[in-house]
Design a protein around this ligand. Structure first.
Ligand code: GDG
Length: 464
């Protein structure tokens, strides 16, 4: 099996002796490693740094340790700029997250996006035997399947989109909409996060190609496309539940969680953890928290928001502006409401290590996850998996893919409705323990049943 994603599953750090690589952590890597190892597979992607002769040697050593190989796709600075920062992140990312106002359409970026997708296909053909199944990931590589087919590649090519798929009304705005749909239809399987995304994708195909016939099943639709059947399924990604559950029980995590709360005794902690991104709805969340303190003054000094923002795309001016906005909002709210001994918002702009992350999940009574739009949102699932005391409440945006599976037992909010979010947060703070436990047990058993291994099985096992 060949896995292809924009980035290789490694972290490259620059040292005096040149770049050094180590394996990246994360759900996708954990889930795919056993499959790749079993089939002596390969992962193809951009290493995330300029070409360097010492890199391939280290990647070869990686194979010995991890049981599968890595193959880099080298990109020039201009390609990274136009394909990655440009078309992927300034066009597809906002459009697919329903944020048309953030979209930038550039014919030059589109040209480069096509070129880089061709480059990935060439690398796959060069490195992989033609009979190996290929699994391509995410919005940066929508055209790779078609580029492979043009080169005569015969084995099955599967694709998974980690972000939402937009409605036809939005997708129609994209000047290159037809080329993208046609290219995507060259994949043999297209996996999407939710039923809503699957319906959007099928509707977009039909918008431009009315004659396409479809057979609908519970988890997938078969589209009859130019003499082939293309399977379009919804397969919600998940986490390694047992790993989170077990690690959250460790003494190290328990101790850190206790310390976090020790200084903030007698109050409930509300947790937000997000990459710095305008899709994650952090400013709106701060405003909702401010409204909570205004509207329910009895909660002042009884509740604090712990917001972790992980730096991301910090060179992009739009992301720098978002960072400034968050700094200002947190400062304003803390200076208006704070009292000696009580800070309303503890706002941290850095990433946490694994133990700290789990300790935050365990220590906080409320998980507040309110993206404006999100493919899935794994933080929501991780928060529940680590809530081993069954006493956490999950407040979740209805526009996160995760809401599909969690809507019955989480408290759903509309992140654009600041007043409604404040009221729901109040409900969460006041929720009796017995109700919290009932809901959290149901959430946890849902994630345990549909974990990341089930997700891989749906896509690779052809049982979906
Ligand atoms: C895309 C889609 C979809 C976060 N902060 C820290 C940290 N994290 C880890 C979390 C979680 C991951 O990062 C974030 O996952 P998300 O799912 O929330 O979001 P995206 O990065 O936007 O990913 C998304 C996902 O793909 C998978 O398909 O769910 O919708 O946008 O695993 O734990 N990890 C550590 N320290 C941190 O500070 N160690």
């Amino acid at each position: 099996m060949i896995t292809v994603s924009n980035r290789l599953p490694i972290v490259v750090s620059q040292t005096e002796q040149g770049p050094k690589i180590r394996a990246a952590a994360g759900g996708l890597v954990t889930a795919l490693t056993p499959v790749l190892r079993k089939h002596q597979g390969m992962w193809i992607g951009w290493p995330g740094c300029p070409e360097d002769p010492t890199l391939q040697k280290q990647m070869d050593e990686f194979t010995g340790k991890h049981g599968y190989s890595l193959q880099g796709v080298d990109l020039t600075e201009a390609q990274v700029d136009q394909f990655y920062y440009g078309f992927s992140n300034e066009t597809l990312w906002p459009l697919f997250h329903d944020l048309l106002g953030h979209c930038h359409f550039s014919a030059e970026h589109w040209k480069c996006y096509q070129e880089v997708n061709e480059l990935f296909a060439e690398q796959i053909i060069k490195s992989a035997p033609a009979d190996k199944m290929v699994w391509v990931h995410d919005y940066q590589l929508l055209l790779v399947g078609a580029a492979l087919k043009r080169r005569g590649f015969k084995a099955p090519i599967k694709f998974f989109l980690h972000i939402p798929f937009p409605s036809p009304d939005l997708f129609r705005r994209l000047p290159w909409r037809r080329q993208i749909i046609e290219a995507m239809m060259e994949y043999d399987l297209i996996g999407l996060q939710t039923l809503h995304d699957r319906k959007n994708f099928v509707a977009c195909v039909r918008e431009f190609y009315m004659e396409v016939e479809a057979e609908t099943r519970r988890r997938y639709t078969l589209l009859l496309w130019r003499g082939r059947k293309v399977k379009v399924g919804h397969y919600p990604i998940s986490i390694d539940f047992d790993e989170f559950d077990q690690q959250a029980r460790s003494e190290e995590v328990a101790e850190k969680a206790w310390f976090l709360h020790e200084n903030l005794e007698d109050r409930q902690l509300v947790l937000g953890i997000d990459r710095l991104d305008y899709t994650k709805g952090v400013p709106e969340r701060f405003l909702a928290f401010e409204r909570l303190l205004e509207k329910y003054p009895e909660l002042r000094s009884k509740v604090s928001l712990l917001q972790v923002v992980v730096p991301s795309r910090t060179l992009v001016p739009e992301y720098q502006q978002l960072k400034n906005q968050l700094d200002q909002l947190a400062g304003r709210i803390n200076s208006s409401f704070g009292e000696p001994g009580w800070v309303p918002i503890h706002y941290v702009f850095r990433s946490l290590n694994r133990v700290e992350l789990l300790a935050h999940y365990r220590a906080c009574e409320i998980g507040l996850i309110t993206p404006l739009r999100d493919g899935m949102n794994l933080v929501a699932k991780e928060y529940c998996a680590a809530s081993i005391d069954n006493n956490g409440v999950l407040v979740l945006s209805e526009f996160a893919g995760a809401a599909d599976q969690m809507k019955k037992h989480a408290l759903l909010v509309n992140p654009y409705d600041v007043e409604g979010m404040a009221d729901t947060l109040y409900e969460a703070v006041k929720m009796p323990l017995i109700e919290r436990t009932r809901r959290m047990k149901m959430l946890r058993s849902g994630i345990r049943r549909n974990d990341v291994y089930q997700w891989v099985e749906w896509i690779l096992g052809d049982r979906g």
